[in-house]
Design a protein around this ligand. Structure first.
Ligand SMILES: [Zn+2]
Length: 259
């Protein structure tokens, strides 16, 4: 129901008429409203993200930023992450900055008694986190959110080694930039991308992309999975580098859970 007074409706109609029939192209002025571009190189590289937009300020001023170099971890509680991942219809997005697989509702993790739904997973090269100074060829991020809106990301290091059939299946269906590919008749299970050991490092951090929002719970598995050099090459042909450099730890506590 439209509760606006009649004169407002009339003005709206006049404006709408003007926009639709105006000979002046009005699209560029709308296009400027979109969030600014950011990048991994050039003038919009990670050291500049904080200056690109007010909404990106935390990328520069935040004290709990991610990724970090994982070092000096202290023993945390031994509770492991309970993974409850189910197969999902294969839907792949090439968003211009990474390859992302969207996840249907119904898969989750439980960490410290809190359940978080799996939303999507995506990839970085090289790895964003480093462990005792060592980067991996790639890093998988499984992004989860609970009903309170809190984010929890599980990171899995990907080292060069044996080929990974799940990665092959995804790579075969990567769409062109800014496109989504819903692959009919194919499912995928994120559980098949996890290493045997579920031991993990935890710390409180941020999104590793603008707007670099904080209060993200990070859980980086200690054991890597492997991908072949061909699989790494395929990704690097699309995204040679899509990793934010490590950020200052600022005395944050890093805990190791499990062995
Ligand atoms: Zn990521």
């Amino acid at each position: 129901m439209d509760l606006r007074p009649q004169w407002q409706k009339n003005i709206f109609l006049v404006l709408a008429f003007t926009l639709i029939f105006s000979p002046i192209p009005s699209v560029p002025s709308f296009a400027q409203v979109k969030t600014p571009d950011w990048s991994y190189g050039g003038a919009e590289n990670p050291t500049r993200w904080g200056e690109l937009d007010n909404n990106f300020a935390l990328c520069e001023s935040g004290k709990d930023q991610s990724p970090i170099n994982i070092v000096d971890a202290v023993q945390g509680n031994p509770a492991q992450i309970v993974f409850n991942y189910k197969p999902t219809p294969l839907e792949i997005v090439n968003n211009g900055r990474t390859v992302q697989v969207n996840y249907a509702p119904g898969s989750s993790v439980t960490i410290n008694g809190k359940q978080y739904a799996l939303l999507q997973f995506h990839f970085h090269t090289p790895s964003e986190h480093t462990i005792e100074g060592n980067a991996s060829a790639m890093e998988l991020h499984l992004v989860h959110r609970n009903t309170a809106g809190e984010l929890s990301v599980v990171g899995v290091m990907m080292n060069k080694g044996t080929a990974n059939p799940v990665i092959d299946k995804i790579w075969q269906h990567i769409p062109s930039t800014q496109k989504t590919n819903t692959v009919s008749g194919q499912t995928i299970n994120a559980a098949d991308l996890l290493p045997k050991s579920k031991a993990y490092f935890s710390y409180s951090g941020s999104l590793t992309t603008p707007p670099c929002s904080e209060s993200v719970k990070w859980n980086v598995l200690t054991e890597p999975i492997t991908v072949s050099s061909e699989e790494i090459d395929t990704f690097e042909k699309l995204y040679q580098v899509n990793a934010r450099p490590v950020q200052p730890t600022n005395d944050r506590k890093i805990e190791l859970h499990g062995n």
